[in-house]
Write a protein that binds this ligand. Structure first.
Ligand code: ATP
Ligand code: MG
Length: 353
């Protein structure tokens, strides 16, 4: 049976790296028993310029029946970030309750870390970010605007249900990995109500996973340790804001923005999860054909894993790491001279074996 994939290439280099991901899937689909059907949607800032919205009113319902969504990047100079965010990404994440944001932080063989003397054996962890609630709530407001007494109040909403489901996912993920270690970000020494509540949810969940070792870190020292001791970490879970920051910091130490993948997951197979590179539309290099497709192709690997196609995922990831290890065909951001297509050609040759 074919997996139905919704493609949203988006803007800028999103439109250059998405075809690279599709080429990999098409190559894998030559194998017996594996097949994909693609539907492409032009939802983007370009679409916004023509229609005044990022996607049509029925966009969510159009996407719903797919098994997964593969997104390139959205953004265009002059279109404010909140338009692309609130007009496309957040509605998709919320409508499909993609409450897990996953970012692997793993230094591929052949790539150089921004951390001195650190190699692939030191950097291999997974950041699990709560993606639906927490610090990014709509609750709050301003008082006394324009007066000396002016103030703004912003609520941090940590619900029991929201924490339980993200923690359950994080613990299960840690349990399935060889090290079975979970570090969690908190700040209960400074944030007096919501963070102690979060800590309590972690403690309660820990009782159900007695084979997973749990460590608490305040987010400030956790961030520092990502730089000084990346080898300490296996799975790291955080609330929305803390997870957001950590999941940008981590990949920055593992080859940078051109290689960083992400997934927005709802484990319920009834709704699609969404896979996307961490990077944006990169207008400065868009149209040149030089964007690094690794972040997109790694996102495709995560999609294959989520679809239950583990061996296809392993083969694609293995082939990609052989190409980075060989180091002969790399894009400009990694010190090479290859185009997006040249890298993908080399990868597909490697995949064929
Ligand atoms: P947006 O407004 O859509 O977020 P951006 O310019 O902020 O786009 P980022 O993803 O934040 O894009 O990237 C910052 C810079 O990193 C880009 O301008 C580009 O130079 C570089 N970059 C990002 N992604 C890639 C990639 N896949 N390959 C090569 N360089 C990249
Ligand atoms: Mg950006």
């Amino acid at each position: 049976m074919a997996h139905h994939i919704a493609l949203i290439p988006g803007d800028g280099i999103g439109k250059e790296v998405t075809p690279a991901g599709v080429r990999c899937l098409e190559a894998l689909a030559r194998r017996p028993g594996l097949d994909f059907e693609f539907s492409e949607f032009p939802y983007s800032c370009e679409y916004y310029a023509r229609h005044g919205q990022m996607m049509p009113d029925d966009g969510i319902e159009t996407l719903r029946p797919h098994d997964a969504i593969l997104l390139g990047a959205v953004g265009y100079p002059g279109v404010p970030d909140h338009v692309s965010l609130w007009g496309l990404l957040l509605p998709i994440r919320r409508a499909f309750q993609q409450y897990v944001n996953l970012r692997p932080v793993r230094l591929l063989r052949g790539l150089t870390s921004a951390l001195r003397d650190r190699g692939p054996e030191d950097i291999n962890y997974l950041v699990v970010r709560e993606n639906n609630e927490g610090e990014y709530s709509d609750i709050g407001g301003r008082l006394y605007d324009g007066l000396p007494e002016a103030m703004a109040i912003q609520a941090n909403v940590i619900t029991r249900k929201g924490s339980e489901r993200i923690l359950d996912y994080a613990f299960r993920t840690a349990q399935a990995r060889p090290r079975k270690q979970l570090a969690y970000a908190t700040k209960s020494n400074g944030i007096k109500h919501s963070m102690p509540f979060w800590d309590e949810q972690v403690a309660a969940m820990a009782e159900r996973f007695d084979d997973v070792s749990v460590e608490q870190y305040h987010v400030d020292i956790l961030a520092a340790n990502f730089v000084t001791h990346p080898d300490w970490f296996d799975v790291v879970v955080g609330t929305n804001l803390f997870g957001d920051i950590l999941s940008d910091l981590g990949p920055a130490t593992a080859g940078g923005i051109g290689v960083a993948p992400s997934a927005n997951i709802n484990p319920d197979p009834a709704v699609p999860s969404m896979f996307e590179p961490v990077h944006g539309s990169a207008p400065d290099i868009a149209g040149e054909g030089v964007a690094n497709p690794i972040a997109m192709i790694w996102s495709v690997v995560m999609m294959l894993e989520d679809l239950g196609e583990q061996s296809a995922a392993d083969d694609l990831m293995g082939a990609m790491e052989n190409v980075t290890h060989e180091g002969r065909v790399l894009t400009r951001d990694l010190g090479g001279t290859a185009s997006t297509n040249a890298f993908t050609d080399r990868l597909l040759a490697e995949l064929k074996g």
